[in-house]
Design a protein. Structure first.
Length: 246
């Protein structure tokens, strides 16, 4: 009986204090996708099936339809949301977070300290979950042809929390080594983008860097079921981690 109770307590502990976070670069999330109900339904279905508590979204367009997409998805999911201001550099976009209503948002803001060195400066959010604070910084670094390594170096100032998003740079690059002193990178080597036919590419540009004080219970590229070409939704696959704080 004692052993059974111990197992039940352990399972309840994991359920009560674990968080599932999904990060997804949803290509050009704006007017075209908003006006196609099948796309919004598809995006919402993927997010719902992931059972994510918090969703970090990159590549929200700066026009009004970017906001509209996030608001519509959040309404269907019955989640709260926060949308960033327009990033300040070239290729301006916005970011967003969707999160369960049981989670409290402490604050969200673009990191203005990096607006001169990173084209699309990180979007920082602090959440309170089960009386514990969780800080997430999502990024969408410049394309590979524009040397995202330089922007990775500017992320060295972060030494805690979660960093996630589209880095446009494979995890095997040596530029990440200083970050690995403070963070684990659980999805290294797993393809996260799609070929034109919807099949998975070997390119792994989307990453989680997870503070080493967190226990990673699960990490994966979320290859969701979909009838048709997944590029209809995005040219990137979502990535997912489940973790708990030690």
């Amino acid at each position: 009986m004692k052993n059974i109770l111990l197992v039940l307590f352990t399972l309840l502990s994991i359920i009560s204090y674990s968080q599932t976070i999904l990060s997804w670069n949803i290509q050009n999330l704006g007017e075209t996708k908003f006006k196609r109900d099948s796309v919004i339904t598809g995006l919402t279905t993927v997010i719902k099936s992931s059972n994510a508590d918090i969703v970090a979204i990159q590549e929200v367009i700066t026009g009004p339809y970017g906001d509209s997409c996030i608001i519509k998805i959040a309404k269907i999911l019955d989640y709260n949301y926060t949308i960033s201001a327009r990033t300040t550099g070239e290729g301006a976009e916005r970011y967003a977070y969707l999160y369960r209503k049981s989670i409290t948002l402490n604050y969200s803001k673009l990191d203005v300290s990096l607006q001169d060195s990173i084209n699309r400066e990180p979007f920082v959010a602090s959440f309170k979950i089960n009386n514990k604070d969780l800080i997430i910084r999502e990024v969408h670094l410049v394309p590979t042809s524009k040397t995202p390594q330089k922007e990775v170096e500017d992320l060295y100032q972060y030494k805690s929390g979660i960093i996630c998003g589209d880095f446009n740079l494979t995890c095997k690059h040596l530029i990440y080594i200083p970050m690995l002193k403070y963070f684990n990178s659980p999805l290294c080597g797993k393809g996260t983008s799609l070929k034109r036919d919807g099949s998975t590419s070997e390119n792994n540009y989307d990453h989680f860097f997870v503070d080493k004080t967190y226990q990673i219970l699960e990490s994966k590229v979320f290859i969701y079921p979909y009838k048709g070409n997944r590029n209809t939704l995005s040219d990137h696959l979502p990535i997912l981690i489940k973790l708990k704080q030690s």
